[in-house]
Design a protein around this ligand. Structure first.
Ligand SMILES: CC(C)(COP(=O)(O)OP(=O)(O)OC[C@H]1O[C@@H](n2cnc3c(N)ncnc32)[C@H](O)[C@@H]1OP(=O)(O)O)[C@@H](O)C(=O)NCCC(=O)NCCS
Length: 153
């Protein structure tokens, strides 16, 4: 857990704990290791978690793909996404979705397009989300998203 918190959410380790402890039919957490070091993670949501108020209703959904800054551009993000896709396919999913903030994160969007994801909207839409973690702390955010989808085979 400490290894994951070092990469992201240092102030909120419950975020990682909740994902690790989740019911695998609902969500599955993937971590990337490099030379015995945790360097990234990605979350696969297979069905809507009870504590979500997110406007998203697209499942399965890949959220929060993250690679430690010093370990980026080595193919880790790509491998993480591939591992998530394979797992979703094994679970019987024929399509997979993700959302990206094109105005904030053009490189991620380009990466997803190269991996075969197609945009579902031409223009970003506004999305307010909130999530209450297992310690009772509420996390909220606002983002402008484009959804993307890919057929799995
Ligand atoms: C988006 C993110 C997960 C990508 O992770 P990554 O490990 O850097 O991804 P990859 O290395 O697989 O591919 C990213 C780029 O590196 C390039 N690359 C891959 N292997 C490489 C290598 N061995 N040498 C040089 N470049 C390489 C890819 O072609 C790609 O090129 P681009 O910069 O032109 O897009 C990472 O940048 C990140 O954590 N960003 C912050 C969080 C975030 O934005 N997440 C996405 C939310 S939607």
């Amino acid at each position: 857990m400490a290894g994951l918190s070092k990469i992201r959410y240092e102030e909120n380790p419950a975020i990682h704990a909740d994902r690790i402890g989740a019911e695998p039919k609902v969500m599955r957490y993937f971590v990337a290791e490099l030379q015995n070091r945790l360097v990234g993670f990605a979350l696969l949501i297979l069905s809507e978690p009870r504590d979500w108020t997110d406007a998203h209703k697209l499942f399965p959904l890949i959220v929060d793909v993250f690679v430690a800054e010093e370990d980026r551009r080595r193919g880790i993000g790509r491998k993480l996404i591939y591992a998530v896709e394979q797992d979703a396919h094994k679970a019987g999913c024929l399509e997979i979705y993700l959302s990206v903030e094109p105005e904030e994160n053009e490189p991620a969007m380009r990466l997803y397009e190269r991996l075969g994801y197609e945009r579902m909207q031409n223009e970003p839409y506004d999305n307010d989300w909130s999530y209450v973690d297992s310690t009772g702390k509420t996390h909220t955010g606002h983002e402008r998203l484009i959804d993307m989808k890919k057929r799995l085979q």
